[in-house]
Write a protein of this length. Sequence first.
Length: 427
Amino acid sequence: MTDQDEVLGSAVRRQISLRLIPLLIVIYVLAHLDRVNVSFAALTMNADLGFSNTVYGLGAGLFFFGYFLFEVPANLILERIGARRLIGSIMLLWGALSAAMALVTSPADFYVMRFALGVAESGLYPGIILYLTYWFRDRDRATAIGQFSLALAVAGLLGSPLSGAIMDGMGGMLGLASWQWLFIVEGLPTVALGLLVLMVLPDRPAQAHWLTQAQRDWLESALAAERTAPATVAHGMLRKILHPTVLALALTYFLFLGAFTGVIFWSPKLLQALDPTLSATAVGWLVGVPYLLFGAALIGWGRHSDRTGERHWHISIGALGTAGGYILMAYADGIPMVFVGMLLALLGAGAAFSCFWGLVTGALGPAMAAVGIAVVNSAGALGSFVTVSALGKLLELTNSYRPGILLLSGAAILAAILVQRVPRRAR
């Protein structure tokens, strides 16, 4: 590549990052809030509706089962109709469903609504990962995914205290409980943003009028060159799904995302169990602050992975950090040690996340991207369903959070080992 191409490439990458990444971050912040706010609602909802830990764990986890079942079809639809129409439409649907969670009155209602919410959101994350492959070269992708994944950090850092404040401040208004207000206040903005996405999100670089013609031509040429490079190829839907590389990535993500998600949905309840006098706002800050390290690791570790061209060990080191944090949490005798464990766990999770998706998109190549990304993310959703619901059952059986958290630690360690089995591909 000439110096002129490198300068042009840097300018294009910067322009795309400034134009697309902030909007994608806001979209996913709302998605994350709408799926995990149930963990704060549970602080009072479970008692109000008589839900046991098993009921809560199963209902919270059913979101991921719906996500798992419909993710691959959603990603195939995105390739046919484009990102703007798919993402905008599902935002309208999941925002309305999230707000409607305020109407839940029984375990059956809870199960149906969480499953439906998972179905509605199923195309979002893998769709955005696929969408980024239309705009960023392989060598730039871990950084771009890391920037987008800052949404998780923003949602945790700001969303957790916001959820706690709503729980503390809005109970009783207009005769509604605090958990009902939580679903309404955090669900309706998604509907408004969905309408905006339908109007402004470009599907491909050719539609990006904020790039010059020379920039569009350069980007299309660079991405086309990658599509013609040697890559993993499999013909037919079943062969793509069962390809060894796809299966290795899927099993790794099943374990890693299951480990990460399990603690997200149970940490507010764990903190409340350790100190019942904590307000929901205090719980929100304790849950939210560790996301600062998550965000720093996403960007810093992702950039280091891009610079070195190494993915596998970057992911393994992050996963082992997450496992270490969980072990601290499992044996904590008070909130300070739990908090330190959460800091380490989220630092490790952030380190692994952006590098993992850089590995996925590079290992699969364009021929398998749409199906492969969806299969891998579906496996993660299934892992999340297993761990979130299993923790509820284990808590009911043992009356202790320790067995469940140690289960998460073991899953993270296995993920660190299994990712080394993903074939390495020359850059």
